[in-house]
Design a protein around this ligand. Structure first.
Ligand code: NAD
Length: 491
């Protein structure tokens, strides 16, 4: 384990112990302490935001030319790549994901900074058609201090997704990582500092969301919150934002439908469904957790899927062959167990899993077996509530209309997957399904160049893409008079 000493947090560029309670982050595979730190106090939050505002106004970052800010962001990308392996190993310890997944998350964070740096250099403003003797323009200005509040399931990638565009836009950023996984955000802040982001512009304030996250959100100098996390928390933040007239982006929960049509390539579909729900141990907002299979295929498909799920390699996150590591905390595993118990009490049939794996190697970690439940109905709680774990519910469907109706019958609308060889059906269903992202004959694929976000209870606003930078800016219209004569009205 890396560090038994108390770790400093980052209060507007000052690395020091927080003034709040001591907390520890634990390795989910063993329960051992990975790092200890003292959370910030409310005074630390106040100081970080005041200093961030000062740095925004005085550091000159916002006034640097886009290519100059881009050069710093390119250095951040480069330094993440140079430290990729230690970062991936630290993230494995902090969050328990298999090493291959944490390596991919670190690579994704570097790619985000690289893309945003390029986008920052090439963003254009608009000269709008003028209706008088003036030049009219639409431009964008940085906001000041913005906040990034992130969950525990994909640290460094989530933080990069917010930090890179917010910095590219010229802002100061206060990052509030999840209590369970503070370490990667702290490492990323160190890299930003070493790469040349002016001191004070980035703070990392780990701590309890209901205290530290809430105080950050309410602070009058915080001009925008970019939040990723649960829907209940997102709604709470939206209420505060409404009172402050503050823009927010909310990346929230999901209960995404995966649909296997009668003509699907079944090898691809089985692999895709497994990957969609069980990678990251199902601790993924976009997990394909509701499966719909054409009734003509249903029994055979479910047999294949169940056998493959039962054979997934659950185990040590340090082993490169591991497919599913432990869950984030003992408490989260208990919550998954109670969801499964509820689904079975509602009348569901357990096809595989539904228990902790047995064996000495699993005793100390928060492991849970890949679980499939069928015999359910879409309006049951097990099909409607987000579980955020390795639990798949499966149902047959009879027609395309039935499929679309069931897929859309959810409070959530984050993502969906369609497996079919019929490109016309893929087009029809792909357009009819209500979701922020639809994958056709693939699942859980991402590109930083393509917008991401949810509908309804899955969120508000979009991240990623070139225009993601402008989410962290305010639009301004400029009119520039060109007439040699005074305005006629006063004559
Ligand atoms: P959470 O909502 O409990 O916490 C997320 C973050 O918000 C944490 O940093 C937490 O400390 C903070 N927070 C909690 N209460 C707060 C408050 N009152 N004010 C301000 N901040 C507060 O979620 P979680 O358990 O960490 O993450 C799991 C959830 O995140 C799932 O619902 C999952 O679907 C969602 N998620 C969504 C996406 C997406 O992009 N849509 C991605 C990953 C995770």
């Amino acid at each position: 384990m890396p560090n038994p000493e108390l770790l400093p947090i980052n209060v507007a560029g000052e690395w020091r112990l927080g003034g709040g309670a001591e907390t520890a982050t634990l390795y989910p595979a063993t329960g051992e302490v990975v790092g200890r730190l003292r959370a910030p106090s409310l005074d630390d939050v106040q100081e970080a935001i005041d200093q961030a505002d000062h740095a925004f106004r005085t550091s000159g970052w916002a006034q640097r030319k886009p290519h100059e800010r881009a050069a710093v962001l390119h250095r951040v990308a480069q330094m993440i790549r140079e430290r990729a392996e230690p970062l991936a190993q630290l993230q494995r310890l902090d969050n328990g994901k298999p090493i291959n997944e944490t390596r991919a998350l670190v690579a994704s964070a570097a790619g985000t900074f690289q893309y945003i740096a390029a986008a920052c250099e090439t963003l254009e403003e608009a000269l709008t058609p003028s209706r008088g003797d003036f030049m009219s323009m639409s431009v964008h200005e940085p906001m000041g201090v913005v906040a990034a509040i992130t969950p525990w399931n994909s640290p460094i990638a989530s933080e990069a997704q917010k930090l890179a565009p917010a910095l590219a836009a010229g802002n100061a950023v206060v990052v509030k990582p999840a209590e369970a996984t503070p370490l990667l955000a702290l490492e990323l802040a160190k890299i930003c500092e070493e790469a040349g982001v002016p001191r004070g512009l980035v703070s990392v304030l780990p701590g309890r969301g209901s205290v530290i996250g809430d105080a950050i959100t309410r602070h009058p100098l915080v001009r925008r919150v970019s939040f990723t996390g649960g829907t209940a928390t997102g709604k709470h933040i939206a209420h505060i934002a409404a009172d402050k007239m503050m823009p927010v982006s909310l990346e929230l929960g999901g209960k995404s439908a995966t649909m296997v049509l009668a003509d699907a390539d079944l090898d691809h579909a089985v692999n895709g469904v497994l990957y969609g729900i069980f990678s990251s141990s199902g601790e993924s907002c976009i997990a394909g957790s509701r499966l719909f299979v054409a009734r003509s295929l249903y029994d055979g498909f479910m047999q294949r899927l169940t056998a493959r799920a039962a054979a997934l390699r659950v185990g040590d996150p340090a082993d490169e062959r591991t497919q599913m590591g432990p869950l984030i905390t003992a408490r989260h595993r208990e919550s998954i167990e109670s969801h499964v118990a509820l689904g079975l009490a509602e009348g569901g049939r357990l096809l595989t899993g539904g228990c902790r794996p047995e064996g000495a190697q699993f005793e100390r970690g928060y492991y849970y077996r890949p679980t499939i439940i069928d015999g359910v109905q879409n309006d049951w709680q097990i099909c409607q509530q987000e579980i955020f774990g390795p639990v798949l519910v499966a149902m047959p469907f009879d027609s395309e209309a039935d499929l679309i109706a069931q897929a859309n019958d959810s409070l959530y609308a984050l993502a969906a997957g369609i497996w079919t060889r019929d490109y016309k059906a893929a087009w029809r269903i792909g357009r009819a399904v209500q979701a922020g992202t639809v994958w056709i004959n693939t699942y859980k694929q991402f590109s930083i160049s393509t917008p991401f976000g949810g509908w309804r209870d899955s969120g508000l606003g979009r991240e990623k893409g070139r225009l993601g930078i402008q989410q962290y800016m305010e639009q301004k219209s400029l009119y520039w008079g060109l007439n040699d004569n005074p305005l006629p009205w006063a004559h």
